[in-house]
Design a protein around this ligand. Structure first.
Ligand code: RAM
Length: 339
């Protein structure tokens, strides 16, 4: 078993240039491949910390694998390797649910259990999705923040991740639906752009948005990479345009505050520790057969009980909880929590 794992690590390292986590070599028991959207995105590294801790506690070794870019092709190449090395389970956040459907079917057919978190695969490509927060709740807090920052009227734009990401697309769709409500009717969504969770592209798109829309009041970036890149650009250029979205507290220190020197009055995230922990617990429970992932099933994680619900896409999911608002009041505390 150890030999197989080493082969995957070596081939993965050659293919993608990622490093071998120490934890992956510490167990001869269950093995899990944890696949994020892309390398260099700290969101997945933070989620992996509590994922690995929980998995190790339960006797499973974790290999984290990050594709070189947030694309379907890069993830497909990784999944081909995963099929060959055959861990007990795969837990994935997908860049493109439709494009990954075929390879994920083959992963499942090979006997590897498939859980997912953050960005959901198609219902029949997964056994369970750990949903960080319901999409309507995420959309509501973001739109309310845009409303609050603009004073309820004016132009705003969205700087998203990749155009095929299920999570960002669900949040954007929900925001567009909510825009029909009366309280948002004086807000104008001027543009939606996709920075592919690539810091350079996100920076260029921020510049482009400001040039093309000189009256832009707020950029909403529902991606940790997008918001961090936009924050740097806006603040370095002393832009009057402000910022909100979904961010990692550690990356938003120095940009978050209510006074003029800061570009971001508030942003949101969810409980990253619990996201990783719950995803690991669900994955190990699939492997050991104590959990089916089907609607109605239960997961008991210490004193919290999670029920599997039917997801809006027809699959099943466990919902973690509501998004958390982060401001200058709690950013330091939150950054300490999610290292
Ligand atoms: C980025 C990713 C991830 C998303 C967070 C908020 O890091 O796109 O999928 O959940 O932002």
């Amino acid at each position: 078993m150890k030999q197989k794992l080493t082969m995957l690590l070596v081939s993965g390292a050659l293919l993608l240039g990622f490093t071998v986590p120490a934890a992956a070599e510490e167990s001869d028991g269950m093995r899990i491949a944890l696949v994020g959207k892309s390398a260099g995105n700290a969101f997945f590294e933070v989620a992996a910390v509590s994922f690995k801790e929980e998995a190790l506690r339960l006797g499973a070794a974790v290999e984290t694998i990050y594709p070189e870019a947030a694309t379907a092709d890069a993830q497909i190449r990784i999944l081909e390797e995963v099929i060959k090395s055959h861990p007990d389970a795969l837990c994935i956040s997908v860049n493109d649910a439709a494009a990954l459907e075929e390879v994920l079917h083959r992963v499942r057919e090979s006997g590897i259990r498939v859980s997912s978190f953050d960005s959901a695969p198609e219902p029949d490509s997964r056994e369970i999705f750990i949903n960080q927060s319901p999409a309507p709740d995420v959309a509501r807090v973001l739109l309310d923040a845009v409303c609050e920052i603009t004073g309820g009227e004016g132009e705003w734009a969205i700087l998203s991740g990749s155009g095929t990401a299920s999570n960002q697309n669900a949040w954007i769709e929900e925001m567009q639906t909510l825009m029909e409500e009366e309280e948002y009717e004086r807000l104008t969504l001027t543009d939606v752009v996709y920075g592919d969770d690539d810091p350079r592209l996100c920076t260029d798109l921020t510049e482009k948005l400001l040039k093309e829309h000189p009256d832009l009041k707020v950029i909403c970036a529902p991606t940790t990479v997008g918001i961090a890149s936009a924050a740097k650009y806006l603040q370095e250029n002393a832009s009057r345009c402000l910022l909100t979205g979904l961010g990692l507290p550690s990356e938003m220190i120095g940009f978050t505050g209510d006074t003029e020197e800061f570009c971001c009055p508030c942003f949101f995230l969810w409980d990253m520790k619990e996201l990783g922990r719950l995803a690991a617990y669900a994955t190990v429970s699939l492997i050991d057969g104590s959990f089916s992932g089907k609607a109605g099933d239960l997961l008991r994680l210490e004193d919290t009980e999670y029920t599997v619900l039917p997801a809006s896409d027809g699959g099943s999911e466990i919902v973690l909880g509501p998004p958390v608002r982060i401001t200058s009041d709690n950013i330091i505390e939150m950054a300490d929590l999610y290292q």
